[in-house]
Design a protein around this ligand. Structure first.
Ligand SMILES: NC(=O)c1ccc[n+]([C@@H]2O[C@H](COP(=O)([O-])OP(=O)(O)OC[C@H]3O[C@@H](n4cnc5c(N)ncnc54)[C@H](O)[C@@H]3O)[C@@H](O)[C@H]2O)c1
Length: 217
């Protein structure tokens, strides 16, 4: 049995090793980061990046268990904790919540909400034949930006930060889950604690979005 203890990059890698060693061995995930707990360690998607795109080598391999200790979040660097809120905000919006309300909910409750949502979606659609694709909300641009950032400087953009930008952009140009009203788009950016480049425009980002369609979710 393999046990993955760490952030999402680590649990993705350990999951992939468990999926392929001896054509698959038992796996337990113990995510210690916010992104890991609310997203990466749940649902059985494992993988590693290639230069040509994110997650291009991977497999579906369900863990026999996922253990989350909320106290590990306390030692996360501030940037990782804030960035991780991007995935949390995604779940909150998918659940029909208003971005402006995010600050009123405890982090513990947000983690529980996110885990519950992801587990329910993945249980119904393990291999992303339909509903699971909802979890990719905001991820086309996010993966494109990550790919550009990785090529420049591995530390420039965290996954959660990229997702937060992707969410804001998705709501800006295409409306969002729910009403998609303009004022909610602005609130999304504030509520997720993300950064948003004023110079970014739908036209200027079109090439980046094309890049984003080359990776795997
Ligand atoms: N498989 C999936 O479904 C899925 C979903 C979302 C994200 N991901 C992947 O997850 C990765 C992002 O995960 P992440 O945000 O956890 O980043 P990460 O794994 O790179 O971890 C971020 C940093 O925090 C450190 N860290 C982790 N836990 C800590 C703790 N408790 N205290 C102090 N430091 C700690 C790590 O060592 C690392 O330096 C990306 O590669 C992304 O593609 C996968």
């Amino acid at each position: 049995m393999l046990v993955g203890v760490g952030g999402g990059a680590l649990t993705d890698l350990v999951g992939f090793a468990a999926a392929t060693y001896l054509r698959g061995i038992a796996l337990v995930q113990i995510p210690t980061s916010l992104v890991g707990q609310v997203d990466a360690a749940i649902g059985g998607k494992t993988g590693v990046n290639l230069r040509s795109g994110k997650n291009l080598v991977g497999a579906f391999h369900q863990p026999i268990g996922v253990l989350c200790d909320f106290e590990t979040i306390a030692t996360l660097p501030e940037r990782e904790r804030v960035g991780g809120l991007g995935e949390v905000a995604k779940c909150w919006l998918l659940e029909g919540g208003f971005a402006a309300e995010l600050n009123d909910v405890s982090l513990h409750d947000l983690i529980v909400m996110s885990v519950t949502l992801k587990a329910a979606i993945v249980s119904a659609d393990e291999h992303e034949g339909g509903r699971r694709a909802l979890l990719n909300y905001g991820h086309t641009l996010a993966h494109a930006l990550e790919k550009v950032a990785l090529a420049r400087d591995g530390d420039e953009l965290r996954h959660g930060e990229a997702v937060a930008i992707g969410l804001a952009f998705r709501r800006q140009v295409g409306g969002g889950v729910g009403s998609g009203r303009q004022q909610r788009s602005g609130a999304t950016r504030r509520g997720a604690g993300l950064f948003w480049s004023q110079s970014s425009s739908p036209r200027g980002l079109s090439n980046v979005i094309t890049l984003g369609s080359h990776g795997a979710r």
